[in-house]
Structures are given as C-alpha cells and as structure tokens.
Design a protein around this ligand. Structure first.
Ligand code: 5GP
Length: 217
C-alpha cells in the first residue's frame, strides 16, 4: 500500500505573489497571496483520482458532494476518475449525490452545525460511498457528517478531503485521500467562500485584512 498523506504546506509558506498569476479584477486588494495555484490543485486531484480508482477497482461508487464548498473539488475529482477509468478500460459507474452543511460565520467555525439537506439519503444503503469535502478544519463537520451518513448503512465509506488543516485539538478521522495539508489559516477560492464571496476564484488564496472587513457580515 502506497503512503500518500498529502502535499504538506509548511507554516512559513507565504504563498505566491499576486503579480505572478491572474485572478478576477473585483478581488484586487481582497486577497494577500496565491496559496495553491489552480493548476497545482488540478494535478493533485489527478493523483487522488488514481489512488481512489486503485482502491475501488470495478465497484460502483456514489460520490457524496458536501456543498457548497465541495462543488468544484467534486466536479473535478469525478471528471478525473471518469477519464482515468476510461483510459484504463474499467467499467465503473459513478453517481453523484449532494448534501449541504453550514457551520461558518465570517471566518469562525460555529458550534451549531446544520445539515440542510436532503433529509433522505436512503439511496446510500449498501453502496460504496465517497464523501467529497473541500476542507477539514477541526474535523467537527466530518464527524457529524459520518455519523449521519452511517445511519443510512452504506457498504463502505471513504473520505476525500482536498485540504486538511493542521489544527490543535483536531477531532475524528482523517480523510482517506488528502490533497494538501495546510497551516491553520483561513483560505478562500476554488469554491471555498468567505460569506459567499470568493467562490469564483480559481486559485486557493489567503484573504487580506481588507477583504475580511469588506465582506464581513
Ligand atoms: P470543521 O468542522 O472541520 O472545523 O470545519 C469544516 C468546514 O468549515 C468546512 O466544510 C468549511 O466549510 C469550513 N472551513 C474551515 N476552514 C475553512 C477555511 O479556511 N476557509 C473556508 N472558506 N472555509 C473553511
């Protein structure tokens, strides 16, 4: 078994200077640096797709996309798995289901986690489920989500997390497939938001103080 614990980004990594990349004009001044460029994210996802495919063989899978932050990761991961399985002549069927959660206000995790829907995930019963989540911070969300999904009695649950934060007192299980392990900083872009802004940014970036103030609720 290959050991792949993700690309580790060290605490002192400042990110790339904004001059080196393009990004939407309307976010000028709102971000500090490009933390993980879009191309690197895509290359890493290809690798996760390969690892996932090696593990699931020819079994059918239901990808459970955790909204809203996970929509890009899920779309790109499913696409990558599809391309790879086709080029290796496999016949696996992938279905995609969605679940919506909310726990953040501004850049703080709040205690009350809501599973907004759907209520009924009975289609997961007896299936191989791959939970696809953009970021695991304290792990509270993943813990609650796993508990919820388990009640529908899937055959097997795998977890793919694009980003995992190094945080003190992290709880619960680490994703089986980790894209990047990052410092404890608030990041946006690639569908990750700050109060619904920045989802339309391709790179994963660090928000600036000005950005935090500008889009604060
Ligand atoms: P946890 O329950 O693991 O503390 O938090 C997980 C959820 O918090 C994620 O699903 C995500 O919605 C949100 N989150 C945690 N860290 C960040 C971050 O750095 N940026 C953004 N945009 N959301 C985050």
């Amino acid at each position: 078994v290959k050991q792949d614990k993700g690309i580790v980004i060290e605490d002192d990594w400042p990110g790339y200077s904004l001059d080196l990349f393009t990004y939407p004009e309307h976010y000028h001044g709102d971000i500090e640096s490009v933390y993980i460029p879009h191309g690197v994210i895509m290359d890493r996802i290809e690798c996760l797709a390969r690892n996932i495919l090696e593990d699931i063989g020819n079994h059918d899978v239901i990808a459970l996309c955790v909204l809203k932050g996970g929509y890009k990761f899920c779309a790109d991961l499913v696409e990558s798995i599809k391309v790879l399985s086709r080029s290796t002549n496999r016949t696996l069927t992938m279905r995609v289901e969605f679940i919506r959660l909310k726990s953040y206000l501004n850049d703080q995790s709040t205690e009350d986690l809501h599973i907004i829907g759907p209520e009924d995930l009975s289609m997961l019963r007896g299936k191989n489920v791959l939970i696809v989540e953009a970021i695991v911070d304290t792990g509270k969300t993943m813990k609650a989500l796993l508990k919820h999904v388990e009640t529908f009695q899937p055959k097997r649950i795998g977890v793919a997390g694009l980003l995992v934060k190094r945080v003190p007192n992290g709880v619960g299980r680490l994703p089986d497939y980790v894209g990047f392990v990052i410092p404890n900083r608030f990041v946006v872009g690639y569908a990750l938001d700050y109060n619904e802004y920045f989802r339309d940014l391709n790179h994963i970036c660090v928000i600036s103080e000005r950005g935090k103030v500008k889009y604060k609720l």
